[in-house]
Each structure stands twice: as C-alpha cells, then as structure tokens.
Design a protein around this ligand. Sequence first.
Ligand code: BJW
Ligand code: ZN
Length: 249
Amino acid sequence: MQTTNGAFPTEELRGRFARARRVCVLTGAGVSAESGIPTFRGGGGAAVWKGLPFDVISSAEMVERDLQAVWEWFDFRREVIRVVRPNPAHEALARWQDLFEDFTLVTQNIDGLHQAAGSSEVIELHGNIWRARCVMCGRLEHLSHDHSQMRSPRCTNCEGEMRPDVVLFGEIVPPEAFERAMLKAQACELFFVVGTSALVYPAAAIPEMAQTAGAFVVEINPELTPLSGFCNEVINGKAGEILPLFDAR
Ligand code: BJW
Ligand code: ZN
C-alpha cells in the first residue's frame, strides 16, 4: 500500500488515470458528507434516531414491526437531503463519465446526489430515498421533492402498504445491480473506493473482487478502513478536495 496524506495523487496513479480505458468507482456516505449529509458511522459514534441505532431502525425487522417508525426516519432524512446540493466530489465524478471508454459509478448512497450532479448511469446498490415501493406488488412510486406533496400510504394498484425503496439490513441487495457492479469491477483497470467505511456487505467485497481480477485499487478517505491495507494506493483526504485534483488528466 502506498499512502498519500492529502497530497496530490502519486505520479504512478496520475499515469494510470491518464491511460485508463475502463474505470469503476464505488462511493459511500463520505462522498455526500461535504454536502452536509451526516454519515452513518464516524466521529466515534453511529447515527441514532429517537434512541434507536440506525442499524435497528434501518432493518428488515423494523419494517415488519413498525413501518410507521421506518417512514418517520426516512421522511426526516428526505427533509435533510431535499435542501442539499451536490459537492465537488459528485461533480468531479460526473465529469469522469466523459473521460473514459467505459466508466461505471456504483453507489451505496440513497440520496440521488450523483444523479443531481449529472451522472447519467448510476448503479444504486442500496436503493433510493426518493422512491417508495409497494410491499405487495412491488409497484414503484416516485416521491416528490416538493415538500407540500404528500406521499401515498397505500399502493394505487393493489392497496398494499408502501415502504421506502431502500435496502435495509437483513434485506437482499438487488441481484441485477450487484451483478452489474461485480462484472464492471472485474473488468476495469482502475478502481476507486471513495468515502465508505467498507463495513457493510456485500458492497464492501467489490473492491477486492476488482483487485483479484487485476485492477489497481485506490482508496480516498480521511480515515483508514478495513480495505486500506490491501489497496494499491490510499489517499487520506476528503473526496471533495481530492477528486477534482484528477481533472488535469
Ligand atoms: C469521507 C468524508 C469525506 C467522511 N470524503 N470520505 C458478511 C459479513 C458480515 C455481515 C454480513 C455479510 N454479508 C451480509 C451481512 C449482513 C449485513 C452487513 O453487512 N452487516 C455488517 C455491518 C456486519 N448486510 C446486509 O444485511 C445486506 N444484505 C445482505 O447481505 O443480504 C443478504 C442477506 C439477506 C438476509 C440475511 C442475510 C444476508 C444489506 C445491507 C444494506 C445496508 N443498508 C444501509 C442502510 C440503507 C438505508 C438507509 O440509508 O438508512 O446502507 S446501512 C448503511 O451502511 C447504508 C450505507 O449505504 C451503508 C454503508 O455505509 P457507508 O457508505 O460506508 O458510510 P459510513 O458512515 O459507514 O462511512 C462513511 C465513510 O466516509 C467513513 O469511512 C468516513 O471516514 C468517510 N468520510 N467524510 C471522503 N469528506
Ligand atoms: Zn401494490
């Protein structure tokens, strides 16, 4: 592992970035931190909602037990996300889609900020907070960014209950999204893992799959993670400060 402390990416990485044809990026909550969205873990603690740790409220079990409480947590989160803007990290990654022959952006984030920054094809592993899904028939409904529009509690198709279309603990990551992410990771030359604690599976397994298949893996994060030891290069810094540095390709 080569560690770069907030400095410019190494010559080797700049060269690889300039030559690369197939690039893949996996992002996590840290990419949206500079937009003002709190991360899940960090600062020595974990997110808590009305006394419940987020991995309790954001769980399959809680949907069964108290869907109303789950909605309250996600309604609150949408209120936070509604007013924030993409930051220089989202904007840099949106530019990258035009730089390479094959560029893949995979995110664990549900906030939609990559798309708001202009990324056109985003593989969302954990769903999207701006969608609801019927628990009975699976019908999807877009949730308006307009604060005054109420979301419908029941499906207009079958009257089933609606729930947030996000992947909670104990739920299966959409198999087609995971499969696409895995294939792209295994086919790329350069893989970036940005702003994730890499504690949640199966997303955390993707960088290692990329490296095993031959990719050069780069981590961008102000903190070390369980992945840092095997990454080919670790850049200790904020995504919004580091990613734009690659623009001079
Ligand atoms: C910055 C920064 C800046 C700060 N710039 N960086 C294998 C082993 C062990 C357990 C499991 C396993 N396989 C499956 C499991 C169980 C479980 C799991 O992984 N548990 C572990 C925690 C132990 N996984 C699941 O349940 C998954 N489902 C599954 O595997 O299905 C199969 C199955 C089904 C049934 C039974 C058993 C298996 C689903 C996981 C879904 C996760 N969902 C959440 C919530 C989504 C909805 C919501 O938003 O509430 O997704 S959890 C939460 O964590 C959220 C995130 O997407 C995810 C990852 O977090 P992320 O993005 O890494 O954020 P943080 O906060 O952890 O880290 C932020 C990072 O940013 C830090 O490193 C900072 O330093 C950094 N940072 N500022 C750059 N400016
Ligand atoms: Zn329905």
